[in-house]
Design a binder for this molecule. Structure first.
Ligand SMILES: Cc1cc2nc3c(=O)[nH]c(=O)nc-3n(C[C@H](O)[C@H](O)[C@H](O)COP(=O)(O)OP(=O)(O)OC[C@H]3O[C@@H](n4cnc5c(N)ncnc54)[C@H](O)[C@@H]3O)c2cc1C
Length: 342
């Protein structure tokens, strides 16, 4: 089988890796619009754990992904490790929010209070549990290395696939006029997927804004856990590969936005800084900020679908801000739809 993958983000590269490992596949071509792989949302994401419990489907995706990560990460040295177990502190003030968090979280939770870093005295109550932080930068670098070493994968960077490509017929036309025919095509184009595949709009996939921030912390008060503040829609956590740097994502309920990166407003910056200072201390400084677009669905359920009905065109979309954590589970499902076992 000759297979194409459109999009070299976390999902596309994991799909390419699974395809390239399979005896059923002879060649894999990765088509990526940007000059480099994993240079958009995948490169900027933190990325923290997604809670197990949103839905049964998330639970299955996380568990399938765990198996893949165990096999892929086996034997890596400390310098190459891309996935780290961490504590996760869920900020919570009421029995109602406790109940909501217990429904979402991964494993058991302990009730704790700890000082708010801002004044060191006001205790903040919450629930402490377990989680993972993945470095998407390290993960995708490893995937690229292995794909290159495997010798079955061809990369086509810097040439976007044309929106009117007859993908359901296995035909990929790129912006430079190149035309290739494949036995199977997997579209993993993140928020651009609905533009390439209009039927996705009918399956409820929408776009939504995600704000990404970076903060420098106070070296005397390192934060070692992920902090989840559901009320403010904020996730804050240490970046595993950049000591002293913290990533924050803030999910905004701004839907159906055009796919364009941009800059947050000064008001959004001030809110994000206030949350960061609560947990990192008054010396926390904003160092980077960007607005991205991600795909969402009603009920937060990702879509992995055979859009041709003939195992020729499979799409992964609607990752709901958790595409890094879910990428492996989604990739295994996408390959299964093509008849390629993990
Ligand atoms: C600030 C921020 C924080 C986040 N934090 C987390 C987190 O903590 N945990 C987590 O699990 N997830 C997190 N996410 C979500 C995660 O980054 C995304 O869900 C993930 O990147 C989706 O991966 P993907 O491979 O599907 O898409 P993308 O990473 O968007 O990759 C899609 C690729 O397709 C390419 N492409 C698009 N159109 C075409 C075309 N026509 N032809 C060829 N190529 C094309 C794009 O250039 C891009 O490289 C965060 C996202 C943001 C923005």
């Amino acid at each position: 089988m000759r297979a194409a993958v459109i999009g070299a983000g976390a999902v596309g590269l994991t799909v390419a890796h699974l395809l390239a490992e399979s005896d059923a596949v002879t060649e894999v071509h990765v088509h990526e619009a940007r000059p480099e792989a994993a240079s958009g949302a995948t490169a900027y994401a933190g990325a923290s754990d997604v809670p197990h419990g949103w839905t049964e489907r998330h639970r299955r995706l996380v568990e399938t992904g765990e198996e893949w990560h165990r096999a892929f990460g086996a034997g890596l040295g400390a310098d190459e490790r891309y996935r780290h177990r961490t504590g996760t502190f869920w900020r919570s003030g009421t029995p109602e929010s406790d109940a909501r968090i217990r429904g979402l979280a991964y494993g058991d939770l302990a009730e704790v209070t700890r000082p708010l870093a801002l004044d060191g005295e006001t205790p903040v109550r919450g629930l402490l549990g377990e989680g993972y932080v993945i470095s998407p930068q390290r993960l995708t670098a490893l995937l690229l290395d292995r794909l290159r070493a495997g010798g079955r994968t061809t990369f086509r960077f810097g040439t976007p696939v044309a929106a009117d490509s007859p993908l359901a017929d296995g035909v990929v036309v790129d912006a430079a006029g190149g035309r290739e025919e494949y036995d199977a095509v997997v579209v993993a184009a993140g928020p651009w997927a609905p533009g390439l595949l209009p039927p996705l709009a009918g399956s409820g996939v929408r776009t939504k804004q995600v704000y990404g921030y970076r903060f420098a912390g106070d070296p005397e008060r390192p934060l070692t856990t992920t902090v989840v503040d559901l009320e403010k829609g904020a996730f804050l956590f240490p970046q595993p590969t950049v000591p002293g740097s913290y990533a924050m994502s803030v999910k905004h309920d701004v839907f159906d936005v055009p796919v364009a990166e941009g800059e947050p407003s000064p008001e959004a910056d001030a809110q994000a800084l206030a949350v960061a200072r609560d947990h990192l201390g008054p010396r926390a400084r904003l160092t980077e900020r960007r607005i991205f677009v991600d795909t969402y669905t009603e009920g937060s359920v990702p879509v992995v679908a055979d859009l041709s009905g003939t195992r020729r065109l499979v799409c992964v979309s609607g990752t709901h801000g958790s595409g890094i954590r879910l990428a492996a589970g989604l990739a295994v499902e996408a390959c299964a739809l093509l008849g390629v076992a993990a």
